[in-house]
Design a protein around this ligand. Structure first.
Ligand SMILES: NC(=O)c1ccc[n+]([C@@H]2O[C@H](COP(=O)([O-])OP(=O)(O)OC[C@H]3O[C@@H](n4cnc5c(N)ncnc54)[C@H](OP(=O)(O)O)[C@@H]3O)[C@@H](O)[C@H]2O)c1
Length: 304
């Protein structure tokens, strides 16, 4: 049996639907069955309730499982959530854990989630189970957050200076994660994954502008003002500070700026360009549709 966690989220839902598309049966761990059933659930998917922070709830989800894809929310409790789950998986006899991580998380970084991923990766490596680290760069889907200001004011407003990053489409990541879950690729290794181009924010704005046919220009935001705006918009101080660290890393130049297509090549996945991604989700970038998790990942018919 294969188990995917984080399945009400962006990547977990994309992986479950990729497996279903390939006709592979999978079990999906969810904290709340009712919430999970709000989205279409393919018939090959077995939903099982459990909380990764509460090992006592995980028995049915882990029963008979050979390989797991481990994803959870980037938050204050990410290390506790994932290490608790790793312990439960080992006790239940799981053979192999594929950890959804971040780009080059072993490199020195001032970004708190990079440290957390590094700590979890180390914990998993010493667990005695087989491991694989899937390390994507920034998701193309994060630009959905910028749609209101791009369509409203014609402005992409980020504190990125003239830095570039090579974002990757979640749909590409899902294809690799699906292959890894099915035992393809090598165990006990790290798979770095970026999109096919390293783009400045000017280039991101130009691409969106040319697809939606409206002017969009990049304005380099002041980092402190951006943090204030995020707090005003309701982000927690913890997450606003995390983004502040991330933007600072990017302005300094970080691994996310470097194109690495080795994982796409190893698994025969054609890297989606940013222009293809924007065209695929044109209605969202025009502000005419809301991205749901599934839709954002490209799995509902309108996104495929
Ligand atoms: N944003 C980026 O560009 C980027 C790039 C590379 C890596 N990452 C990493 O990607 C990961 C997040 O992936 P995502 O964006 O696909 O996730 P997401 O959309 O934030 O969804 C997180 C999922 O984890 C589940 N979850 C959280 N705590 C749980 C618990 N205690 N028990 C069971 N399920 C739990 C959530 O379930 P509920 O619905 O019940 O809350 C949800 O399904 C993070 O580790 C982040 O560091 C992000």
């Amino acid at each position: 049996m294969l188990l995917v966690t984080g399945t009400t989220g962006l990547n977990g839902s994309a992986v479950v639907h990729e497996l279903a598309h390939e006709g592979v049966a999978v079990r999906a761990l969810v904290r709340d069955l009712a919430k999970a059933r709000q989205a279409p659930v393919p018939s090959t998917v077995e939903l099982v309730e459990g909380d990764m922070l509460c090992p006592d709830t995980l028995g049915p989800a882990l029963d008979g499982v050979e390989r797991v894809l481990l994803i959870s929310t980037a938050n204050e409790r990410m290390v506790e959530t994932q290490t608790t789950f790793i312990d439960a998986a080992r006790r239940a006899g799981v053979e192999h854990v594929i950890k959804f991580s971040g780009r080059a998380t072993d490199a020195p970084s001032g970004f708190r989630f990079a440290h957390m991923h590094a700590e979890i990766e180390e914990y998993l490596r010493s667990s005695g189970m087989r491991w694989t680290m899937l390390r994507p760069s920034a998701f193309m889907q994060v630009y959905f957050r910028e749609v209101p200001s791009m369509t409203g004011e014609g402005v992409l407003n980020l504190p990125m200076g003239d830095a570039s990053i090579a974002p990757v489409d979640v749909a590409d990541i899902a294809k690799v994660a699906s292959a890894l879950l099915q035992g393809k690729g090598e165990a006990d290794r790290r798979y770095e994954m970026s999109g096919p181009e390293s783009l400045t924010m000017d280039q991101v704005a130009e691409t969106v502008s040319s697809v939606i046919g409206k002017p969009v220009r990049y304005v380099a935001a002041d980092p402190a003002a951006k943090r204030e705006a995020l707090l005003k918009a309701g982000l927690s101080p913890f997450f606003a500070d995390a983004l502040d660290e991330l933007f600072a890393e990017r302005r300094r130049g970080c691994a996310e700026a470097v194109v690495d297509s080795s994982t796409h090549e190893a698994f025969g996945v054609r890297p989606t360009t940013f222009a293809e991604f924007v065209r695929k989700h044109e209605a969202v970038f025009r502000g005419e549709a809301q991205p749901s998790n599934l839709w954002a990942a490209g799995w509902l018919p309108s996104g495929r």
